[in-house]
Design a protein around this ligand. Structure first.
Ligand code: HEM
Ligand SMILES: *[C@@H]1O[C@H](CO)[C@@H](O)[C@H](O)[C@H]1NC(C)=O
Length: 473
């Protein structure tokens, strides 16, 4: 009898505990059901607010909404319901602390042009293994050895300009950033292969930024064809390199990929090629538009130009005594130029926002982010928020004498998908600026103000300009 009562009581206790736990879980689910959608306007059905987003200065689009609704608001972009996040904490939540609840998301048409196996479309083990390798191949230790080659790419480009002839600064810088991308992937590569890749990639790139209809005569169709030709060229390079001894570049890394237990992971040709095109894509327009913006700002602020020039001339003199090449150490010792670069990254915020998709219902500060909705951390709003950057519309490199507050400065993103190329990008920017300010004077042509979005913001028409060698003035 006693045993029965004990068993009964015990099961009662267990049942109550069980109920409590289950209910607790239910409460969590329930409370997320109770959580409400953030405020905001969903625009017209389907087209939503896309037209506004792409035709307006994104500064304006986001900041008017942020003022109206606060740090988190909903909208509709390209037919998808979206939650936009304009605070450092919310961006950190999505990109870093709860990154596993949000997956990368790109339109299928764009994924197909870059290649569906490229790392930025993935999460989990595949992403982690490839990312580790890419990070290692683009780390300061590896880049250090690339400095002379980066410098000779910069010099051969700017020495090809004839004095005073108008050039499109952005287009020129795209040639440079493509070269450097190629360098980091292949090390040395035959000139004719580089040219073929460059020409075909340019067609692919144009299609990426155009409307994705696969009809004859459209840029998108041409881009798909150019991609096929790139796959052919890259396939041949791969065959050639397969049996070469291990070098220190991204391609050799792809060919010898290991997992965390040092077991070999065989990537197939398609995975390698998609990732090569992916890195070329991530490396080119981004870096080129930052350099273009630096030149624009230096042109607009002559005092700053003088300070940068003085800093770079000192370095030039010191290196003349040693040998004529820039070294890693030189580029680590450009405090004024470095701050101009950081302030440019903030002001121009060339990656205004990014996209993720909620893989489950998520609650953030009482608001519901429904499964399947897109979320967009808004880097631009954070970089232009007077709470974090006083007088945000003013170009003022000296603000970087003090480190920005945590999570308020994310030109290279944050968390598991943050930019593995940031050290390389900074290196190539500093090398280019060194040579331009020590050897050239320039004049901006045509309209002095205005921004073009294609899709990265660049000074209007790519900053048409004339450059003169200083020695010839
Ligand atoms: C100033 C120039 C650059 C800027 C501002 C920049 C910015 C960014 C940002 C914001 C992201 C994260 C996107 C997201 O979270 O959705 C990113 C990712 C990435 N960047 Fe960069 N980037 C630059 C140059 C480069 C260069 C030179 C390379 C390679 C040589 C590169 C390779 C990548 C790759 C592979 C990813 C994807 C990482 C992943 O998904 O794990 N980037 N970049
Ligand atoms: C593209 O690649 C092919 C090789 O597949 C090459 O023959 C061609 O010259 C390249 N350039 C253009 C513009 O198509």
């Amino acid at each position: 009898m006693f045993v029965y009562i004990l068993t009964f009581l015990l099961s009662l206790v267990l049942y109550t505990l069980y109920k409590l736990i289950i209910n607790d879980n239910k409460n969590i689910r329930k409370s997320s059901r109770k959580a409400i959608l953030p405020p905001g306007s969903m625009g017209w059905p389907y087209i939503g607010e896309t037209i506004q987003l792409y035709s307006q200065d994104p500064n304006f689009f986001f900041s008017t909404r942020q003022r109206r609704y606060g740090e988190i608001f909903k909208t509709r972009i390209l037919g998808y319901p979206c939650i936009m996040l304009a605070s450092p904490e919310a961006a950190r939540f999505v990109l870093v602390s709860q990154a596993q609840l949000f997956k990368p998301t790109y339109p299928k048409s764009k994924e197909n042009l870059i290649g569906p196996s490229a790392l930025f479309f993935h999460q989990g083990d595949y992403h982690e293994n490839i990312r580790k390798l890419v990070k290692r191949s683009l780390s300061p230790d590896t880049i250090r050895n690339l400095v002379p080659e980066i410098e000779s790419s910069a010099l051969s480009l700017i020495n090809s300009w004839s004095d005073g002839a108008p050039i499109n600064t952005y287009q020129q810088m795209k040639k440079y950033s493509f070269e450097v991308g190629i360098l980091s992937i292949f090390g040395q590569l035959e000139v004719h292969l580089k040219e073929e890749l460059y020409k075909n990639y340019s067609i692919l790139n144009q299609g990426y930024n155009s409307f994705p209809t696969n009809l004859p005569g459209t840029s998108y169709r041409s881009a798909l064809k150019a991609r096929k030709r790139m796959v052919q060229i890259l396939g041949e390079i791969l065959k050639e390199r397969e049996n070469m001894q291990i070098e220190n570049n991204l391609l050799s890394g792809f060919l010898n990929l290991k997992d965390k237990d040092n077991r070999s992971l065989i990537l197939d040709e398609e995975q390698i090629i998609d990732n090569i095109i992916g890195v070329l894509f991530a490396a080119q327009d981004t870096t080129a538009s930052v350099i273009t913006w630096i030149l624009k700002y230096l042109h607009d602020y002559p005092k700053l130009l003088e300070a940068v020039m003085a800093e770079q001339k000192t370095i030039q003199k010191s290196k003349d005594k040693e040998d004529c090449l820039l070294t890693w150490k030189h580029t680590r010792n450009m405090p004024i130029t470095y701050k101009v670069m950081l302030e440019t990254l903030r002001m121009a915020t060339i990656i205004s926002f990014t996209f993720r998709e909620a893989v489950t219902d998520v609650e953030y500060k009482g608001f519901l982010i429904p499964k399947g909705w897109k979320v967009m951390p808004l880097f631009r709003n954070i970089h232009h928020n007077p709470e974090f950057f006083t007088d945000p519309q003013k170009f003022d490199p000296s603000r970087f004498e003090v480190a920005p507050k945590p999570n308020t400065f994310m030109p290279f993103g944050s968390g598991v998908h943050s930019c593995p190329g940031n050290a390389l990008a900074k290196q190539e920017i500093l090398v280019m600026v060194h040579h331009l300010v020590t050897k050239f004077r320039w004049e901006v042509l045509g309209s002095q103000s205005g921004i073009q979005y294609g899709p990265f913001p660049v000074p209007i028409q790519g900053l048409p300009a004339r450059f003169w060698k200083e020695s010839s003035i």
